[in-house]
Design a protein around this ligand. Structure first.
Ligand SMILES: [Zn+2]
Length: 127
């Protein structure tokens, strides 16, 4: 399945007393996904731009030098991102062993006896 270049979404508030829907545009390129929102803009982008042209990104997910990271521009008066968050700690391979705290779930060759035998059934029950 081909990934669409842009996806338009209208988000509504969970609380009905806040009637403030947001028009969000998610667009993709080879190494990133960027998020734009009508009424929000980046520092050096004209305010009459429309979301979807790629100039108004307020957040992005990108692969940068082998690292998956979330970039946020939460201040329209600041050119540089306000937040760059590495997502590498959320990798499945970063999950710690529930028995010893080591890397047993992703490194079975050096797994502890607790993990190998699942002595307390921590891995046998479905979540
Ligand atoms: Zn272990």
């Amino acid at each position: 399945m081909e990934i669409p270049r842009t996806l338009h979404v209208h988000l509504t508030d969970n609380e009905p007393e806040h009637d403030s829907p947001r028009h969000i545009v998610v667009s993709t390129d080879q190494n990133f996904i960027q998020i734009e929102a009508a009424g929000y803009n980046a520092c050096n982008s004209a305010d009459d731009n429309q979301p979807g042209n790629g100039y108004m990104a307020i957040a992005a997910i990108e692969v940068w030098e082998g690292e998956l990271r979330l970039i946020v521009w939460s201040d329209i008066n600041q050119e540089d991102p306000t937040h760059i968050i590495s997502l590498e700690g959320a990798r499945i391979t970063a999950r710690k062993c529930e028995y010893c705290g080591g890397s047993c779930p992703s490194d079975h060759d050096y797994a502890c006896d607790g993990f190998v035998g699942d002595i307390d059934g921590l891995y046998s029950e479905e979540a």
